[in-house]
Write a protein that binds this ligand. Structure first.
Ligand code: PBG
Length: 327
């Protein structure tokens, strides 16, 4: 057989690194950290091996561990001491995230991002305030306008505690604009917004909802998070967030939505983030535990794929694990 194109010539150990199109660095990764106001000691998260809810007093230590592995950025989630219908502990000056951010910024030089949402703080577990309805009416909906005010207050309180960046994830219309305006009014115009712009109503969030205690008590999030069937709609969401001042555009989940990452990469010049979510982490761990997959390899390959699709940064529970391998 006659042929001259032999791609295998470029696959020897010597040349592979020279021709590789994509690289994965520890500095691309953001590690999630769960801070829990209801505990004095670290509590392992069963469905997310290697992750714990840490008390506020240990938040900075936890971040120092992440830094030690070579990861420079964290995203902080909080589990408050109490919940109510308006999620008031989300925007309290002495709330769990606010206290944790103060400690982390005082004791480490990590880049600190905060998740801005109400679902961990409302007693009904939805991402905003509910419209008037019968207590357990499954057709209820989250009221957009009043929720925007609370999200804006939450973002400002995080910035005032010292957060370097805020990441709104409540999937409310106009969320980014409301937060931008509130930050600017509060004199925080330097704080960027990483918008969960294309956030799907995904079954891959299961372990997170255990970890952060944020599962809806009734109903689901279909009336505010995106339908997994839709790609063009993600581009509309992104366009709206860009118009409202988003600085970084996030796609969530990651692996099942690489087409969306690619589409945003091609359509925009903003940095694109992929969120490699809790279910993606849990499934690889479960398979590895059974001896069916090599955890180191599949973790790295997953993250590399997100980079290849066009992500500049990746929020991932594998951050420490993979950073150690890359070291
Ligand atoms: C808060 C929020 C969620 C996640 C990140 N921020 C939960 C949700 O939307 O249900 C999920 C992250 C993960 O699964 O790793 N709204």
């Amino acid at each position: 057989m006659e042929f001259t194109d032999r791609p295998r010539r470029l696959r020897t150990d010597g040349i592979r690194p020279l021709v590789s199109e994509t690289t994965l660095d520890a500095t691309d990764l953001v590690a999630p950290v769960f801070v829990d106001a209801t505990t004095d000691e670290r509590v392992p998260i069963e469905s997310m091996p290697g992750h714990e809810r840490v008390p506020v007093a240990e938040a900075a230590d936890r971040v120092a561990e992440v830094r030690e592995a070579g990861v420079e950025a964290v995203i902080v989630f909080g589990i408050p001491e109490s919940k109510d219908p308006e999620g008031t502990r989300a925007y309290a000056r002495d709330g769990v995230v606010q206290e944790a951010v103060r400690a982390i910024t005082a004791e480490t030089d990590a880049y600190v991002i905060t998740d801005v949402c109400l679902c961990e703080y409302t007693d009904h577990g939805h991402c905003g305030v509910l419209e008037d309805h019968a207590e357990d009416d499954p057709t209820l909906t989250v009221e957009n306008g009043p929720t925007l005010d609370l999200l804006a207050k939450t973002a400002v309180s995080h910035a005032e505690a010292g957060a370097d960046m805020v990441a709104p994830s409540a999937s409310m219309d106009g969320m980014v604009g409301a937060i931008r305006a509130a930050l600017d009014d509060a004199g925080r115009d330097e704080v960027p917004i990483m918008s969960y712009a294309a956030k799907y109503e995904s079954a891959f969030y299961g372990p997170f909802r255990d970890a952060a205690d944020g599962a809806p008590a009734f109903g689901d999030r279909r009336h505010y998070q995106m339908d997994p069937a839709n790609a063009r709609e993600a581009l509309r969401e992104v366009a709206l967030d860009v118009e409202q001042g988003a600085d970084v555009l996030m796609v969530k989940p990651g692996l099942p939505y690489l087409d969306i990452v690619r589409a945003i990469r091609e359509g925009y010049d903003h940095p694109v983030a992929a969120y490699n979510v809790s279910g993606e982490y849990a499934m690889l761990h479960a398979a590895a535990e059974k001896g069916w997959l090599d955890l180191d390899e599949v973790a790295r390959e997953s993250l590399l794929s997100m980079k290849r699709a066009g992500a500049d940064l990746i929020i991932t529970y594998f951050a420490e694990h993979v950073a150690r391998q890359l070291d």
